[in-house]
Design a protein around this ligand. Structure first.
Ligand SMILES: Cc1ncc(COP(=O)(O)O)c(C=O)c1O
Length: 420
C-alpha cells in the first residue's frame, strides 16, 4: 500500500478521537526541561511509551518472569506462552500468513544484518547486484557494504530527486536481472518521503529480485500489511512504535525464511548438538540463539494493542495533519529551508537554517524544552546529496499537538533573531 492509497482511503479515520486524552497515557510528557514544559519532537529517533506498555513490562517481571522454551516448570511455561503469543500478535499486526514468519531481533539494524549475512551469505555471488536507494539509513547501507566487500557483489543506488522523492524514471536501468535483492526504506527518516512499496516490490519480482523493506519509520505510523505490500522481508524496531528498546522484528516470507541458514549459533536454536555438528530448528527459532528479550516481545505486543486501539489509519491522518500544519508555518520563517516532498510524507520535517549549524539550532531549542534532533540522522550520503552537513529534524507522533508546533515556531523565530 503506498502513501497515496492510505490518505485517500482513510480520510477522516481520526474523527471523534480524543487526542488530548491519549496524550495523558504518556507519563513522560508531563516532564519539564530547563523549566519549560517538554515538547518532544524526536519520535523518529525513539517514541515515548504509554502506561499500558510500562504496565505490561512490570506485570511480566512481577508475575511471569522465567526463561522460555527450556523450562518444565509452571513459570517457564507461562513466560513461553506469553512470548509466543507476542509473536502471533506481531504476525497479525503486519498481516503475516503465520507466526513462523516473525523473527524477534534487537531492532531494524539487527534484522537487516541478519538478511545481509544469512540470506546474502548463502545466495549472493561475486558480481551480483544489491540495489538500494540514496535515502537509506546507515543500517540499510553498511551491512550491504560489508557483504559486498566480502563476496565481491556490486552496489547500485536509486537516486533521490531534488524534491526528496526517488527518481523512479531511472529504475528500468537499475532494476535489472543482475539485481538479486532490492532493499529500500518505506519512509525516509530525514526527508519524510513515503515510497511506493507495493509498486517497487512488484517491479523487483518481475526481475526475480528479493525485496527487503525498512519499515522503521512506518510500522507504528500507518497501516503496514506485508501481503498487500508483497515484500519478502520487512524490518522494524519496537522502540519507534511505543515499545521498549532492544526488541525488533524481521518478517520473512515463509519460503524465503526457511531457505536461510542460521546466522548466530547457541542455545535455543538447535535440535541436537554433538561435539562436531548441530541440527537446527526451523524458522523462526533457528534465528533466535540464546535467551531472547522476553519482556521486550511482551512489551511490543502491548504497544501493538495500544496502537491498534487508536487505529493506524487514524494515527497516520493525525500525523499528516500535524506535518501539513508545520510545513505551512515553516514558510513564514525567513532563512529556513525544509527538505523533502511537500506532500505524501511521514511525520518528519528536516530543515536547515542559513545562519546556524543544525547542532547549534537544536541546542538552542533545547533551552526552551523543545527536543529535536540535529545532525546527519545516520544518512550521511543523503546529506551529501543535498549539500548540507546535516539538518534539524522535528518528528511528530499522535501524542503531539498543534499548540506544540505553534510553540516550536515561536522558538524558531527567536532562533532566527538570535543567529542573525
Ligand atoms: C529508516 C530507519 N532505518 C533503520 C533505523 C535503525 O533502527 P534501530 O536503530 O532501531 O535499529 C532507523 C533509526 O533511526 C531508521 O530511521
Amino acid at each position: 500500500m503506498n502513501g497515496e492509497h492510505i490518505i485517500i482511503v482513510h480520510q477522516e479515520a481520526s474523527r471523534g478521537i480524543d487526542w488530548k486524552a491519549i496524550r495523558e497515557d504518556f507519563p513522560i510528557l508531563r516532564e519539564h526541561v530547563h523549566d519549560h514544559p517538554l515538547i518532544y519532537f524526536d519520535s523518529a529517533a525513539t517514541t515515548q511509551k504509554p502506561r499500558s506498555v510500562l504496565d505490561a513490562l512490570r506485570n511480566y517481571y512481577e508475575h511471569q518472569n522465567a526463561n522460555v522454551h527450556r523450562g518444565l516448570h509452571f513459570l517457564s511455561s507461562r513466560a513461553t506462552e506469553a512470548y509466543e503469543k507476542s509473536r502471533q500478535r506481531v504476525a497479525d499486526y503486519i498481516g503475516a500468513a503465520s507466526a513462523d514468519e516473525i523473527v524477534f531481533t534487537r531492532g531494524t539494524t539487527e534484522s537487516i544484518n541478519l538478511v545481509a549475512q544469512a540470506w546474502g551469505g548463502k545466495f549472493l555471488r561475486e558480481g551480483d547486484v544489491i540495489l538500494l536507494t540514496e535515502m537509506e539509513h546507515h543500517s540499510n547501507l553498511v551491512p550491504w557494504q560489508l557483504l559486498a566487500e566480502r563476496i565481491g557483489a556490486r552496489l547500485r543506488f536509486v537516486p533521490v530527486r531534488d524534491d526528496g522523492t526517488l527518481d523512479l524514471d531511472q529504475l528500468p536501468n537499475l532494476l535489472t536481472r543482475e539485481v538479486k535483492i532490492f532493499g529500500f526504506t518505506h519512509v525516509s527518516n530525514s526527508l519524510g518521503t513515503i515510497n511506493p512499496v507495493a509498486d517497487l516490490c512488484r517491479k523487483a519480482r518481475e526481475v526475480g529480485a528479493v525485496t527487503l523493506v525498512d519499515a522503521a519509520q512506518s510500522a507504528g505510523h500507518m497501516p503496514v500489511d506485508v501481503q498487500e505490500l508483497g515484500c519478502d522481508f520487512l524490518a522494524f524496531s519496537g522502540h519507534k512504535m511505543c515499545a521498549p528498546t532492544g526488541i525488533g522484528v524481521l518478517y520473512g516470507r515463509a519460503e524465503v525464511l526457511n531457505s536461510i541458514p542460521p546466522w548466530h549459533g547457541g542455545g535455543e536454536m538447535i535440535v541436537t548438538v554433538t561435539l562436531e555438528k548441530s541440527a537446527f530448528k526451523k524458522a523462526p527459532h533457528r534465528f533466535e540463539a540464546g535467551t531472547p528479550n522476553i519482556a521486550g516481545a511482551i512489551g511490543l505486543a502491548a504497544a501493538m494493542d495500544y496502537i491498534e486501539q487508536i487505529g493506524r489509519a487514524a494515527i497516520f491522518e493525525h500525523d499528516s495533519k500535524l506535518t501539513r500544519y508545520a510545513l505551512e508555518r515553516f514558510s513564514e520563517l525567513p532563512g529556513m529551508r525544509v527538505l523533502g516532498p511537500s506532500d505524501q510524507r511521514g511525520a518528519i520535517v528536516g530543515f536547515v537554517m542559513d545562519t546556524a549549524h543544525p547542532h547549534d539550532l537544536t541546542t538552542f531549542a533545547d533551552q526552551y524544552g523543545l527536543a529535536m534532533r540535529g545532525g546527519h540522522h545516520c544518512n550521511q550520503p543523503l546529506m551529501r546529496r543535498f549539500g548540507v552537513p546535516g539538518t534539524t529534524r522535528a518528528s511528530f507522533y499522535f501524542y503531539n499537538t498543534v499548540e506544540e508546533i505553534d510553540r516550536m515556531m515561536e522558538i524558531l523565530r527567536d532562533a532566527v533573531r538570535f543567529f542573525s
